[in-house]
Design a protein around this ligand. Structure first.
Ligand SMILES: Cc1cc2nc3c(=O)[nH]c(=O)nc-3n(C[C@H](O)[C@H](O)[C@H](O)COP(=O)(O)O)c2cc1C
Length: 171
C-alpha cells in the first residue's frame, strides 16, 4: 500500500479484537514516533507503552467522556511532553502521535487519538490522574493517549467527494 492509499484507509477505530499487538509491531510504532520531526530537533517527548489491561482501563477513566474506547484496546500509548522546557511540546507530541497512527495503519492495525490535554474529571486534569499511576515526572504533561489494536471491523474510507477543498486557497 502506498502513502496515498494509507491516507485514504486511515480511520479512527474504537473497537478492537482481543488479539494482542505483537512486540515487533509495537517496536515499529515506537520507532516511527522516535523518527518523527521535532522543533529544533529537541526530541523531547515521552511515550509510555501500556499493555496491562488494568492500567489501560484506568486510562479510559482519566476523563469524563470519549475515553471509554481505551478499555477495549490491547495497547495504549501515552504521549507526553514538557511544556516548560519545550515551547513546541504540543506540536512535537502531535506529530509523533499521528506518525504512530499511520505506522499502525500500515501494519493493518486500527488506532484512535484520545485527547487528554485540557480534559479531565471535573477540576482534576487528566494528565495528573495519568501521572499518578504511570509515574510521570512532575514537569511532564500528557497530550493524548493512542488506543491501538486489531480492528474489530474495517471502516469505509471517507467520501472523497466530501473533502473540504474550500478550506484550501491557491494563490
Ligand atoms: C486532536 C484530536 C483529538 C481527538 N480526541 C478524541 C477523543 O478524545 N476520543 C475519541 O473517541 N476520538 C478522538 N479523536 C478522533 C476524532 O474524533 C476523529 O479523528 C474524527 O472523528 C475524524 O474521524 P476519522 O479519524 O475516522 O477520519 C481525536 C482526534 C484528534 C485529531
Amino acid at each position: 500500500m502506498d502513502f496515498k492509499d494509507l491516507c485514504l484507509r486511515r480511520r479512527s477505530h474504537r473497537h478492537f479484537t482481543d488479539e494482542p499487538v505483537s512486540k515487533a509491531d509495537i517496536d515499529l510504532i515506537i520507532k516511527a514516533a522516535l523518527l518523527s520531526p521535532t522543533s529544533k530537533s529537541r526530541r523531547d517527548w515521552k511515550f509510555v507503552v501500556v499493555t496491562d489491561k488494568e492500567k489501560i482501563f484506568s486510562l479510559s477513566e482519566a476523563k469524563d467522556h470519549a475515553a471509554e474506547l481505551l478499555a477495549e484496546a490491547p495497547l495504549a500509548i501515552v504521549v507526553a511532553g514538557r511544556p516548560e522546557e519545550n515551547d513546541c511540546w504540543i506540536e512535537d507530541c502531535a506529530v509523533a502521535a499521528v506518525t504512530m497512527q499511520y505506522q499502525a495503519e500500515d501494519l493493518g492495525l486500527g488506532s484512535c487519538w484520545v485527547q487528554m490535554r485540557d480534559r479531565g474529571i471535573g477540576d482534576i486534569a487528566a494528565s495528573s490522574i495519568i501521572s499518578a499511576f504511570m509515574g510521570l515526572k512532575s514537569d511532564e504533561e500528557v497530550l493524548c493517549v493512542l488506543a491501538i489494536g486489531h480492528k474489530a471491523k474495517e471502516l469505509p474510507p471517507l467520501d472523497e467527494s466530501q473533502l473540504k477543498y474550500d478550506s484550501v486557497k491557491y494563490i
